[in-house]
Design a protein around this ligand. Structure first.
Ligand code: HEC
Length: 458
């Protein structure tokens, strides 16, 4: 609330975060699993003296660097940019709490990039032993990046004892740390196998070598699918009660859960019957199909992980609408607009007649403004309070659509107590006059009752 709001029309800002991060995760998981693949397989190829396989691996390493470093780094920066705009308070908290974690992450990231470039550009110019060591340095630092980022992001879903103890390691090794680290490690193994098949199916013409690639990568893929399933259950058990309830309450999430489970089983069976038993199956069509299943499972998993974080963005600490949970009671007294730096400046500048002698906002005077102005203030309240989950009249979970045909009384009740309508909405953090301004704005964008339907005797 101490930052300006940001509204992404139609989509809403959090959905933009979801989009950018899903596209980032598709590649960052490959950056981890693919690193392990390259390290393991170059070691294997050197040991066997398999020149042809080494040739393929070099070709793969080029593709790998292009995808993970170029695309991965751009989308990674994209995430920072979007979360900074959409969730400034939560981002600020994560930076402050985990300064040391980000510093470690930075070190591993630099190591990752440097070793990836050395691994590829010095191919054939290094002793095999040194080359393999560089490969393992890459694999280890990429996995450490995964571990560090997972600790910090898992903290948001369930910070465990951190709110009482305020200790870095307590926050880092939160109840969600192990299940999410295992799930992402499994996802990385699985996704890397699917990338390898896709690349090999299109790039490697030699059927014998393709079959070798098929067999070699089947086991990590199968292991990955198993890890994802087991740690998925663990993840669910380690959720706070509100997140479990949010998962149970949303039909879209129920469907996605089922989809992940079904797709993971399908991928497991396809990997087993395909490359594991019949290595010749690594054809472009098969690889593409498998790859799209993998993306569907990983995408749904990430979406669910984000979607259950309600009504908190950092559980028990920051509400989804950028208000500290501990501030709500005070804001209900002093007023929301009065409590925020930007909102107070906005009212003082546009409606000086609504400021009292002490320079504070007089909410009753706001209610006396002409209707058009009241709606503008109501919209400001909506943008600060609700836009983290709802579009306005049209778009993602648009309130205009959700309140179609609602009576003014019904709208007023929900504006005053959103948390009573649905436990996963944050409570209204303002004075009753402000709830009234908000409900007038909501009534102005609510769609009419669809024509031709009976309204129950009215
Ligand atoms: C943490 C996210 C979040 C915030 C913040 C939030 N809501 Fe909601 N709200 C939801 C979700 C999720 C639903 C269920 C949507 C659905 O069924 O499609 C919902 C449903 C609603 C509904 C429909 C209720 C029903 O039972 O049909 C209304 C009206 C609504 N919200 C208004 C608001 C208003 C007004 C605000 C701001 C004061 C707000 N919401 C803030 C998440 C949120």
């Amino acid at each position: 609330m101490h930052y300006p709001w940001w509204y992404v029309p139609f989509l809403t800002a959090p959905m933009l975060i979801a989009l950018v991060s899903v596209f980032h995760v598709y590649v960052s998981m490959y950056a981890v699993g693919g690193g392990l693949f390259l390290a393991l397989e170059t070691q294997f190829a050197y040991r066997r003296g398999n020149r042809r396989y080494l040739g393929y691996l070099k070709d793969h390493a080029w593709f790998f660097i292009l995808v993970t470093i170029v695309y991965g780094a751009i989308t990674g920066v994209g995430i920072w940019w979007t979360i900074g705009l959409a969730s400034p308070l939560a981002t600020e908290m994560l930076i402050h709490i985990f300064v040391f974690g980000w510093a470690m992450e930075y070190v591993f990231f630099v190591l990752e990039i440097a070793s990836a470039f050395i691994f590829y550009y010095y191919w054939g110019r290094l002793e095999p032993k040194t080359h393999q060591i560089i490969g393992w340095i890459y694999a280890f630092s990429a996995w450490m990046s995964l571990v560090l980022i997972t600790g910090i992001t898992a903290f948001m879903l369930n910070p465990g004892a951190w709110p009482q103890q305020r200790d870095f390691w307590v926050g880092f090794f939160n109840p969600q740390f192990w299940p999410q680290t295992l799930a992402r490690t499994g996802g990385s193994l699985l996704l890397a196998t699917l990338y390898v098949y896709l690349h090999a199916a299109f790039r490697e013409k030699d059927a014998e070598l393709r079959a070798l690639i098929g067999t070699r990568s089947a086991r990590p893929g199968l292991l990955g699918a198993l890890l994802v399933t087991v740690s998925g259950v663990w993840w669910y058990l380690a959720l706070p009660a509100s997140a479990q309830a949010a998962l149970a309450a949303a039909s879209a999430l129920n469907i996605l859960m089922l989809l992940i489970f079904a797709v993971t089983v399908i991928v497991f069976v396809m990997l087993y019957l395909g490359p594991y038993r019949h290595p010749g199956w690594v054809t472009p069509g098969f690889a593409l199909l498998l790859f799209s299943f993998g993306l569907a499972a990983v995408g749904s998993g990430e979406f669910i992980r984000e979607a259950v974080r309600k009504p908190f963005i950092v559980y028990d600490v920051v509400l989804s609408n950028q208000i500290l949970a501990e501030e709500v009671a005070a804001l209900r007294q002093t007023g929301y607009l009065e409590g925020g730096v930007w909102t107070r400046a906005y009212v003082a500048r546009h409606y000086p007649q609504a400021m009292n002698e002490q320079g504070q906002i007089d909410e009753v005077a706001l209610l006396a403004l002409p209707e058009a102005e009241r709606l503008k203030v109501g919209e400001v309240l909506f943008q600060y309070h609700c836009n983290d989950c709802h579009a306005t009249a049209e778009g993602y979970s648009a309130v205009g659509q959700l309140m179609r045909g609602w009576t003014p009384e019904l709208i007023r009740l929900v504006a005053q107590h959103p948390e009573k309508a649905h436990f996963f909405m944050p409570p209204f953090a303002g004075r009753p006059e402000e709830a009234e301004l908000l409900s007038q704005y909501l009534a102005s964008i609510a769609k009419p009752f669809p024509p031709g339907l009976a309204t129950g005797g009215e």
